[in-house]
Design a protein around this ligand. Structure first.
Ligand SMILES: [Zn+2]
Ligand SMILES: [Zn+2]
Length: 261
C-alpha cells in the first residue's frame, strides 16, 4: 500500500472528481493521502475531505505564494491545528521564484508568515510541511532560528541540492519526492534520492501538478504516487514493496495520523 503525503484535492481540477479519484486510488493500492491547505479561505474545503473520508487527513496553513488572502495569526493556526484530522502545519516556507519584480528584501512578509507557522507548529506539536523554491538559504536559516527541529516536518516536493538535503536531514526533517523524480533531466535530484536514507523518505504527487512519467503534463492524482515509489525503488536498488512499506511507515511516524481522529 502507498501513501500520498501531499496533494491538493480541493483544487478545481480535482475537487469535482473526488469519487472517481478515490476509486483510482483503490485500484492503484494508494490507501491514504494528506490533503494540503494553502489559504485560510480554503481550509473548510480541505478539512471537509479529511472529515468525510477516513483515509484522508489535512494540514492547516497559508502557502508562501498565496497573496491577497487572509494573513494567518498564531491564534488562527492554533485554532485550526486543534481541529479533528489536522495532522500538520503548512504548506509554508519561502518562494522567491516568482518575485514579480520585487527584491528578496521586499519579501519580508513571506518570512514573517513562515515564522508564524513555525511557532504554531511548535506550540501545537505538529510537524511542518515546508515549501521552498529559490530560497533554500533563508528557509534553512529561519527554520534554525525558530527552533523548528522541535516540531519536525518534511521538505515537500524536494528539488534542492544535496547540500540542502543534508541540512534538512540534520534538522531532523524528512524529504519528500514527487513526480519530478521520474523526469529524465532530474539527474541531480535522482542523486539526492539515492543519498537520503529510506527511513527519512516520503513520496507525494503534489497533484494536480507534476504528474510522473509516463503521465507527464497530464492532470496528476494521488493514484499516480506508485510511479514515484517505483522510481525511488529503482534508484535505491530496492524492491517496490520495501519502498512502499517504508514510506508508508514514515508517514505514520511523522504525522501520527492513526491517532489523530
Ligand atoms: Zn509546495
Ligand atoms: Zn503543494
Amino acid at each position: 500500500m502507498f501513501v500520498d503525503s501531499h496533494c491538493h484535492l480541493s483544487f478545481p481540477e480535482l475537487a469535482e472528481r473526488v469519487d472517481a479519484i478515490r476509486a483510482e486510488m483503490v485500484a492503484a493500492r494508494v490507501d491514504r493521502a494528506l490533503c494540503i491547505c494553502t489559504t485560510l479561505e480554503e481550509f473548510d474545503t480541505v478539512h471537509g475531505l479529511a472529515t468525510r473520508y477516513d483515509n484522508f487527513w489535512c494540514s492547516a496553513g497559508v502557502h508562501p505564494d498565496s497573496e491577497g488572502v487572509r494573513e494567518p495569526t498564531l491564534d488562527d493556526l492554533l485554532g485550526l491545528a486543534a481541529r479533528a484530522r489536522v495532522v500538520a502545519i503548512g504548506e509554508t516556507g519561502l518562494d522567491y521564484y516568482r518575485l514579480n519584480g520585487r527584491s528578496v528584501a521586499e519579501m519580508e512578509w513571506q518570512r514573517q508568515r513562515f515564522r508564524v507557522h513555525i511557532r504554531a507548529a511548535r506550540a501545537a506539536r505538529l510537524p511542518l510541511v515546508i515549501h521552498t523554491r529559490s530560497a533554500s538559504d533563508d528557509t534553512l536559516g529561519i527554520l534554525q532560528e525558530e527552533g523548528a527541529g522541535a516540531a519536525g516536518g518534511v521538505f515537500h516536493c524536494f528539488t534542492e541540492t544535496m547540500e540542502v538535503a543534508r541540512a534538512a536531514l540534520d534538522l531532523g526533517f524528512y524529504v519528500s519526492f514527487s513526480g519530478i523524480l521520474t523526469f529524465r533531466n532530474a539527474v541531480e535530484l535522482q542523486q539526492v534520492a539515492r543519498f537520503v536514507p529510506l527511513d527519512r523518505c516520503l513520496i507525494e504527487t503534489d497533484s494536480p501538478y507534476l504528474a510522473p512519467v509516463p503521465f507527464r503534463g497530464k492532470t496528476n492524482t494521488p493514484a499516480l504516487v506508485p510511479h514515484v515509489a517505483a522510481k525511488l525503488a529503482e534508484l535505491k536498488g530496492m524492491s517496490l514493496e520495501k519502498v512502499a512499506a517504508a514510506t508508508s511507515a514514515n508517514f505514520e511516524t511523522l504525522f501520527r495520523s492513526s491517532s489523530k481522529t
